[in-house]
Write a protein that binds this ligand. Structure first.
Ligand code: ATP
Ligand code: MG
Length: 596
């Protein structure tokens, strides 16, 4: 391809809309343009990158016997109602774009395809003899993200590879999950990415085990907590650890303590010399559901601990099976209540009637009362007295009130001791989630009645797994990991072109003739090659070549008369070398991916 025909428009300055390096570079180097928030045109250069990533994905999917397909993006609401996900995905913070057609039927634009593929499976897969089966597609997904940002990292329209597997039993599901794990590792490695596998929360997709693949990068939105010995790594949403041991509270009986205006743990501890580990943090929240009135939630944490919102949402969902989708959990505010509740002085013994007013009318449903083990394990503690300006010192579970239901709710932090080996401490790293694999179990097959006849002749729901890769996010993550001050440094396997032949002076017929010859030989030899034939100064062309990040630059300049050229390795590994034109061609045709 000739650069003069490439519609290449590069920008000298960083566009104001871009926040992180990879986003800036993709815009500056002419890979994409933004149409609206989270909606991008993939220009020809980027499309080639995406095609190369997709080709690697296709090869590795074929290697684990997954079949490529293409499923509808317009999906009937009824199907999503039957799986119980329509409300959660469309109301509140739901991310599904949805619409009503001319016949007044509701439809959603596919953010993911569990429903559609399970419906197909229930129609087509009837016998254990047909199993296992794995289908995948590479397709545009739509998600009305609350905060689209960082370019392709969090788009509202983006490309995903999603695969779904069906099995006669759980053991078979586990085998495919393990095979996918291997395929994912090979995909990321072949794309030139440093990615790590971490334990993950299963989120709105559901299911039991799930694992994410994170490209480690400072700009990542996810926090990874890992042990130095490499035996444990998890997304912070899911991570577990040992909290620091508490400082024992040496008191005999429970006493009230005047604490005027000391509403925070910090103020309380500063004023009275308590250690935060001796205190109880009581949070009052309101959970809103699609199909039930809101419900109050009282959470107890040890004073030095933070709440993990994802763990809380999972705990609440599990305890309200008939309430429909959990839409949101918000702090309960004075506005939600008629009578004042002494915020800042709350104790775990707060009674239900306190909430039976205003929007928080919990009516028949009592508050959900949950305590993290760090709070539940305290012998004696300091907590609010449920009266303004007063705390209790030396309160005990059982005496003050029954111990709430114990569930892991605390956010693990960097520096925490690891469960598998307390001498190891969790270290933090930032990551970009490029892939996510799930063992779904029978959640969707039960809901959508996708059943098969097993070997014994009985009917049972299919076992399922699902496996996603953010293809467009991956492409940008590669830039985040591979760039320098001058621009992108694509890994060869996913670079839009492998070689760029630059004519230093387009005025010089000798240079032009040699460049055209080399370009043609490389092209015929199967190399993805660009020819920068633009009538620009050499410096401009070199800058652009660096910016767009083509792995090899072949410069045809003054030595063209002696058939000598300069070969520059964009990765910087072998630097700049002058060599005979024929030798350069030979070397470039020998590169991986260069031959037809
Ligand atoms: P996130 O937590 O980042 O919102 P997710 O967990 O909702 O992502 P999945 O449902 O697991 O995403 O989707 C599979 C893959 O699709 C993700 O691992 C990610 O690489 C990619 N992906 C998800 N959302 C987006 C998005 N808005 N833009 C680009 N890629 C995305
Ligand atoms: Mg995910």
């Amino acid at each position: 391809m000739r650069v003069s025909r490439l519609m290449l428009v590069t920008l000298r300055d960083d566009p104001a809309e871009a926040e992180i390096t990879s986003h800036k570079l993709l815009l500056r180097a002419g890979y994409m343009r933004r149409l609206a928030p989270g909606i991008f045109a993939y220009l020809p250069l980027l499309w080639r990158v995406l095609q190369k990533v997709s080709a690697i994905v296709r090869e590795e999917m074929a290697a684990v016997d997954a079949l490529e397909t293409l499923l509808p993006q317009l999906q009937p609401a009824d199907l999503w109602r039957r799986s119980g996900r329509w409300d959660g995905y469309t109301a509140g913070e739901g991310i599904m774009f949805h619409l009503v057609d001319r016949q007044e039927r509701s439809l959603g634009l596919g953010p993911t395809h569990e429903e559609v593929v399970t419906e197909l499976a229930s129609d087509l897969l009837r016998s254990y003899r047909q199993l296992p089966v794995c289908l995948y597609q590479i397709q545009t997904k739509f998600r009305d993200e609350i905060r689209p940002r960082f370019g392709l990292m969090r788009g509202r329209e983006f490309i995903m590879k999603d695969a779904y597997s069906f099995h006669a039993d759980e053991a078979c599901l586990r085998r495919t999950y393990a095979a996918m794990d291997g395929a994912y590792r090979r995909i990321f490695e072949r794309c030139g990415l440093r990615a790590v596998a971490v334990e993950a929360d299963s989120g709105a997709i559901g299911g039991s085990a799930s694992q994410e693949f994170m490209v480690t990068a400072e700009a990542g939105e996810d926090l990874i907590l890992a042990s130095p010995d490499g035996r444990y790594a998890a997304n912070q949403e899911r991570a577990v650890s040992l909290p620091a041991p508490p400082v024992p509270l040496e008191v005999s009986a429970c006493q009230p303590l005047a604490t005027p205006a000391q509403k925070s743990i910090e103020e309380l501890c500063t004023a009275h010399g308590f250690d935060p580990t001796q205190t109880l943090k009581v949070l009052l929240l309101l959970a809103r559901f699609a199909a039930a009135p809101p419900r109050g939630v009282l959470v107890c944490l040890r004073g030095d601990q933070q709440l993990n919102d994802v763990k809380l949402a999972n705990a609440v969902t599990a305890r309200c099976p008939d309430a429909g989708a959990l839409l949101e959990i918000v702090p309960l505010l004075a506005d939600h209540l008629c009578d004042p509740v002494p915020f800042g002085f709350l104790g775990p013994h707060l009674e239900d009637p306190a909430l039976r007013q205003g929007e928080a009318r919990v009516a028949a449903a009592p508050m959900l009362r949950l305590a993290d083990p760090s709070a539940a394990d305290l012998e004696a503690f300091v907590c609010g007295a449920n009266r303004s300006d007063e705390h209790l010192v030396g309160a005990r579970w059982g005496e003050l009130c029954p111990r709430p239901e114990v569930v892991d709710l605390r956010a693990a932090q960097p520096g925490d001791r690891c469960l598998h080996d307390p001498s190891q401490r969790l270290e933090a790293a930032r990551g970009i989630e490029v892939g996510h694999i799930f063992q779904l179990g029978r959640k969707y097959s039960e809901a959508l009645e996708a059943r098969f006849t097993n070997e014994a002749g009985g009917e049972e729901p299919l076992w399922m797994g699902c496996y996603g890769i953010g293809v467009s996010r991956l492409a940008q993550a590669a830039v985040e990991q591979h760039h320098d001050a001058d621009g992108i440094r694509w890994p060869v396997a996913i670079a839009p072109y492998t070689v760029i032949v630059v004519i230093a002076s387009s005025q010089d017929p000798v240079q032009v003739a040699l460049a055209e010859e080399l370009y043609e030989r490389l092209r015929v030899g199967g190399c993805d090659v660009l020819l920068d034939d633009r009538p620009e100064r050499a410096g401009v062309k070199f800058k652009d070549a660096d910016l767009i990040g083509i792995p090899w630059r072949l410069v045809v300049g003054r030595a063209a008369g002696e058939r000598k050229v300069e070969l520059v390795d964009r990765s910087g590994d072998t630097g700049k070398r002058e060599l005979a034109a024929d030798a350069a061609v030979e070397q470039l045709l020998g590169l991986p991916g260069a031959s037809p």
